[in-house]
Unconditional design. Structure first.
Length: 286
C-alpha cells in the first residue's frame, strides 16, 4: 500500500460567501473522510473570489471516488463552484519539451529520479537530437521532431499524436519554439514554460541581451502557464539574483541558468501536486 493510497486533493474556487467551508466539511464528514490539510484564501470577503485546497483520506477511495464526485456536484451548484478532485496516487503524466540547453531538463530529471517529483515523465520531445543520450540514460523515450517555419504545423500534429492519451502536462524546459493556439487548447493551463527574465520585463527573445542593454541590477526567471499571449500567461513562480555592471551577457546567462532550473522545478512540483488555482491571468499557489 502506497502512502497516498486513500488520499485525494480537492481544489475549489467560487464567489466568497458564508457557509462554503462548512458545506464542504459537512459533505466530506458525511462520507467518512478525514481532512488532513486545508488551505484557503479570499480576494475580498465581500463579493470576492474564494479559493480552497483540501487533502483528505478516505478508506476504499478508489471505489468511492465516482460517487463522491457525482454527489459533490449538488454542493458545487449551490455555491457556484469550479472544482476538481484528484487521487494522489494517480501521478501526473508529463512530457518535457527541450531544444539545445540542458540545465532545466537535467534539474527535472534529477528530481524525478530522486523521487522528489511526484509525476511520471512519459517522454522528452525535442526539435534537436542533442539530448538523446542524456534522456535515454534515464530510461525515458526521446523523440526528435525537427521544426521549421514550413513544417511547424505538421511537427505539432506529430507531437500531439505522440502525447494523445499518455500525457496531461507539458513542460517547456527551454524549448525555443512558439506554441500555436491549437496546441495550447489541447492542454489549457497544463503547459508550463520557463522564461529567462523577470516577467513582465523583457518579453520575447534574447532577454539577457535586453537586460544587459538596460544595465539592470537584478535578473530573474519566470515559470508561467502558456497562453496565446507570448510570455503573458498566469505566473506560477519567480526568483531573482543581483548582478552588476561587471557582468556581461555571458555572465548573466550563467547566473540566470541557475535561477531558471530552480524556478521551473518548483512550478512543476506545485502543479503536479495540485497546489495551483488559475483565476483570470493570475494564480493562487497553496
Amino acid at each position: 500500500m502506497t502512502l497516498f493510497e486513500h488520499r485525494a486533493t480537492m481544489l475549489i474556487s467560487c464567489p466568497d460567501q458564508p457557509g462554503v467551508v462548512a458545506a464542504i466539511s459537512r459533505f466530506l464528514h458525511r462520507y467518512g473522510a478525514n481532512i488532513v490539510q486545508s488551505d484557503q484564501y479570499t480576494l475580498d470577503p465581500t463579493g470576492g473570489m474564494f479559493f480552497m485546497r483540501i487533502e483528505f483520506d478516505l478508506d476504499e477511495l478508489s471505489t468511492k471516488i465516482s460517487v463522491l464526485r457525482q454527489d459533490f456536484q449538488s454542493v458545487a451548484d449551490e455555491f457556484d463552484m469550479e472544482w476538481r478532485i484528484h487521487l494522489k496516487k494517480q501521478k501526473r503524466k508529463c512530457a518535457i519539451f527541450v531544444s539545445k540547453e540542458d540545465h532545466c531538463l537535467l534539474e527535472l530529471l534529477w528530481h524525478w529520479q530522486a523521487g522528489d517529483l511526484l509525476a511520471d515523465i512519459e517522454m522528452v520531445i525535442s526539435n534537436h537530437d542533442h539530448m538523446r543520450p542524456i534522456v535515454e540514460s534515464f530510461g525515458i523515450p526521446y523523440y526528435y521532431i525537427p521544426v521549421t517555419a514550413e513544417t511547424k504545423e505538421e511537427a505539432e500534429q506529430q507531437q500531439l499524436a505522440l502525447m494523445q492519451g499518455k500525457v496531461d502536462t507539458v513542460i517547456l524546459a527551454r524549448y525555443m519554439q512558439i506554441i500555436s493556439p491549437t496546441f495550447i487548447q489541447h492542454y489549457k493551463n497544463n503547459i508550463i514554460n520557463i522564461h529567462h527574465s523577470f516577467l513582465p520585463a523583457f518579453v520575447g527573445g534574447k532577454p539577457y541581451n535586453q537586460a544587459h542593454d538596460r544595465g539592470v541590477k537584478i535578473i530573474g526567471a519566470t515559470a508561467h502557464y502558456v497562453t496565446e499571449q507570448l510570455d503573458g500567461g498566469p505566473i506560477i513562480e519567480q526568483d531573482v539574483q543581483r548582478v552588476s555592471h561587471r557582468d556581461d551577457v555571458d555572465a548573466l546567462k550563467r547566473i540566470g541558468s541557475h535561477i531558471e532550473r530552480i524556478v521551473l522545478s518548483r512550478a512543476v512540483s506545485w502543479h503536479v501536486d495540485d497546489r495551483i488555482l488559475v483565476h483570470g491571468n493570475k494564480t493562487v499557489v497553496f
